[in-house]
Write a protein that binds this ligand. Sequence first.
Ligand code: MF3
Ligand code: CO
Ligand code: CO
Length: 350
Amino acid sequence: MVGATAATIQPRLISSFVGNCCNTRSTHNLFRYNPGKRHVFMQQSRPFTGITNFLFNKRNTDELQNSTRKRLKPGKLSPRRPVPDHILKPPYVASKKPPGIASGPEVHDEMGIECMRASGKLAAQVLQYAGTLVKPGITTDAIDQEVHQMIIDNGAYPSPLGYGGFPKSVCTSVNECICHGIPDSRELEDGDIINIDVTVYLNGYHGDTSATFFCGDVDDEAKKLVQVTKESLDKAISICAPGVELNKIGKIINAHADEYRYGVVEQFVGHGVGRLFHSDPVILHYRNNERGRMMLNQTFTIEPMLTMGSIRPIMWDDDWTVVTEDGSLSAQFEHTILITENGAEILTQC
Ligand code: MF3
Ligand code: CO
Ligand code: CO
């Protein structure tokens, strides 16, 4: 396959999670990096000691503990939402097994590219709509309901639903939640930030995108974090082109975060996306020396998570929700991009 370079050099993973980072029941973590292969970046003792944000770059967490914001708590889940029979479902939905290890990059022909454009566009439209719902008092479950309906109305399947047992159709990650927040009965509060991560499966192709939205009146510190996170994604996309080393992505994101003394979360990565939800290559958002280069007609995501304090993630007992260990805010943005002759096309745009 065309992807020999990336497929052999890049580590393989099951999903966008590569860390055995969390405090509980690690054997249940579906998103664990395959430890048999190589690499140790899932371990808490990091391979890149000496350059991590965690050691040198984080803010004084005491500052954050003075904050009046309440820590996030789990709410109640509504029953699983049905999907009509005529909607094409990804293979992992019917299977009892967790999504398998993806191999090889997503490199497309003309038809594949058109399909990726269509799923990317739908994901972007759904995300934009979801953002308009963000207001004090709305529950994340109500956002899930709306997202679920809009995706189905457009003939697509909400990729998260049933992915490795994920119970809802979208991820809603509020405040200190780094990613994979499960929509529930919690009402958004004035001053919250919320990342909404939409993935749709349309005509056999996934489009994956997320953004962090402001709920009501958000303080300037939080706004800055969100803005810088967005900028870091934009900067990373701007350097993408065929032949460019994948590690340039982590380099530019980490450099931008450093300027503001924000942390870059390491255990969650961008990924190839296309016919599979998560495949090669692994896209690290932090400074690294991994090998591998971008390929023409390849599609992958970039999805940096920046934090105001600690970058260490803690996973809740639900085996999905990931929060910062110190409760400091985390923001994320994500696009699915296509590597073109001249650079990169953002597929997840309206
Ligand atoms: N959309 C997420 C990503 O960016 C993955 C969510 S998987 C889920 O890769 F199961 F949590 F939905
Ligand atoms: Co993604
Ligand atoms: Co996503």
